[in-house]
Design a protein around this ligand. Structure first.
Ligand code: IMP
Ligand code: MG
Length: 187
């Protein structure tokens, strides 16, 4: 991937991401052998993660998506969580796996899980590519986290800064001066 001068450092390389996803797929293959769960991707950050992991899964599964956001496009979270796209699949009596790009405050997932539990699935498990444990504002643990990361704002492999930079094949930290410059341009 071409070097981007808005990136300060690469936190997780493409090679490391691939390795982490392989390990996660192995865990899922063991846990869901012989079952047909519904995998729910939380848009839009889950797209590269789902794209890569789905080709490594050996069991049958249905795939559906939800969209919710607690971020208003910048680097600060917000309390106001909106569900903007709901499932088409009826999950009653089914095993559900939520695939998320990152858990930070966990407010988004908490809300999604509450909503899904009311629909009486047989089980719900949460799998995340990245876990920013220090960012938690509500209590919630993933059943499987690929990588635990420090409390820094990151971009790439599905994660955005103001809707761009999702396309990097690595996960990197943005230069603080880039964010500052953006802020002053918007004043
Ligand atoms: P939570 O409700 O705070 O756990 O927010 C989760 C959502 O916030 C994720 O699905 C991301 O869209 C976004 N998010 C959290 N941390 C970051 C980050 O470091 N970079 C980009 N997006 C982030
Ligand atoms: Mg986002």
């Amino acid at each position: 991937m071409k070097k981007d001068n808005r990136i300060f450092e690469i936190l997780i390389s493409n090679r490391q991401i691939k390795k982490g996803i392989k390990k996660t797929a192995k865990w899922l293959n063991k846990e869901y052998e012989g079952k047909t769960p519904v995998i729910i991707g939380i848009l839009k950050g889950c797209i590269p993660f789902i794209g890569q992991i789905s080709t490594l899964l050996n069991f049958d599964f249905e795939l559906d998506f939800m969209s919710a956001s607690s971020f208003k496009g910048g680097t600060k979270g917000s309390n106001d969580i909106q569900i903007s796209l709901d499932l088409k699949t009826n999950i009653k009596g089914k095993d559900v796996i939520i695939l998320e790009d990152i858990i930070d405050t966990a407010r988004t997932l908490k809300k999604i899980i509450e909503l899904l539990k009311n629909r009486n699935p047989s089980s719900i498990r949460l799998v995340t590519l990245l876990d920013k444990k220090e960012g938690r504002k509500v209590e919630l643990d993933a059943d499987y986290s690929c990588f635990t990361i420090p409390n820094k704002f990151i971009v790439g492999f599905g994660l955005d800064y103001k809707e761009i930079m999702r396309n990097y094949n690595f996960i990197g930290c943005l230069k603080p001066e880039y964010i500052e410059k953006e802020r002053s341009n918007n004043l």
